[in-house]
Design a protein around this ligand. Structure first.
Ligand code: HEC
Length: 313
């Protein structure tokens, strides 16, 4: 199977690894990926969900007796029936098919599906609290609006795979399309033909699901594990090929050109800072704010630095 993959239908595929459990590779600025799944609520005003049903609790069921038992299940704290869209690190957003509007937008990553889809080695989702987690910097949250109950019609992908959402208010049909802009914390939306550029500020930082890797001592091998667990590979190749971020091959020990600053030596201090505070210095040719904020443990960061150093040659 593996041998067949790289030239499937004459198209050279970037990777011979089949895609399974994660949302890498990400979408592209002009070609998004779309995912329909439970999405997290990153702190929306409950009044935004005026048309959502109130989640009811359901009785617990015993497979042994075949009857309901004491206790209740609570619904997951997630938003169902929404559509998550990713244009690469430039823009991710969630559009809700019940309220028929944009709920929130973020930059720098997409969704971490680990709690729901499980992991490669083990499979299986978490039993509780298995909603997807956000990755990146949240900069837009919808505010409550008063209007009649909308009806979702659907979305079409005729514009090169960029979704145009269609819905009705009363008898009138509306469309909405959202695309990335070149600025940080910003997007462009078309409500019918009306173009609107939204420019916001950082609201909250998200690094996905905490893998709790329990690293005892920092090693390059552990760093490789952290690298895989937190999806760094979505943006950084380790073989020199170009991606959403610079390749990490040959980075350690080299001199880096920095946007609006003096070149710096990529020593351990620079690598550590690049992971802890991605916006401190921006590698030349890349936009700021595209690298997700990671609040990893010290041992995890030390391991990542050792791993990146091992890619120096
Ligand atoms: C969504 C894309 C994305 C992900 C995921 C990501 N990065 Fe980055 N990273 C970038 C971009 C874009 C830059 C360049 C701009 C900057 O310096 O902030 C960068 C810069 C860096 C640099 C400095 C590179 C240089 O050439 O100077 C290091 C080191 C780095 N990232 C490590 C990591 C590690 C480790 C992870 C995972 C824990 C990670 N990145 C995850 C996008 C990403």
């Amino acid at each position: 199977m593996r041998a067949l993959l790289p030239t499937l239908f004459g198209i050279t595929l970037a990777s011979a690894d089949p895609l399974t459990f994660d949302t890498t590779p990400l979408g592209e600025k002009d070609r998004p990926i779309i995912l329909r799944t439970y999405v997290p609520d990153p702190g929306l005003d409950p009044a935004v969900f005026r048309n959502h049903g109130k989640a009811s609790k359901s009785p617990k069921y015993s497979p042994n007796s075949g009857r309901d038992t004491k206790g209740e299940y609570s619904m997951l704290k997630v938003i169902p029936a929404a559509i998550a869209v990713n244009h690469g690190p430039a823009l991710s957003y969630v559009w809700d098919t019940t309220e028929c509007r944009l709920l929130y937008a973020w930059q720098g990553g997409f969704l971490d599906l680990y709690p729901y889809w499980g992991e490669k080695n083990r499979g299986g989702r978490r039993s509780f609290d298995y909603g997807a987690r956000l990755v990146g910097n949240l900069f837009y949250l919808a505010k409550p609006i008063k209007r009649e109950r909308p009806t979702f019609i659907g979305y079409d992908l005729s514009d090169k795979g960029v979704p145009t959402f269609r819905y009705k208010l009363g008898d009138k049909e509306y469309t909405e399309k959202i695309i990335p802009s070149d600025k940080q914390y910003s997007f462009i939306s078309y409500l019918d033909e009306d173009k609107l550029e939204y420019k916001g500020d950082l609201i909250s930082k998200h690094q996905g699901f905490d893998r709790n890797l329990k690293i005892k001592s920092a090693t390059a091998k552990a760093g490789e594990q952290v690298f895989g667990a937190y999806g760094c590979i979505a943006c950084h190749s380790t073989d020199g090929s170009k991606g959403h971020g610079p390749s990490l091959k040959g980075l350690a020990g080299s001199t880096r050109d920095i946007e609006g600053g003096e070149p710096v030596l990529a020593d351990a201090a620079y690598l550590t800072e690049s992971i802890k505070v991605p916006n401190a210095k921006t590698a030349k040719g890349f936009p700021p704010g595209y690298m997700p904020p990671y609040q990893l443990k010290d041992k995890e960061i030390e391991s990542l630095v050792l791993y990146i150093q091992s890619l120096a040659k």
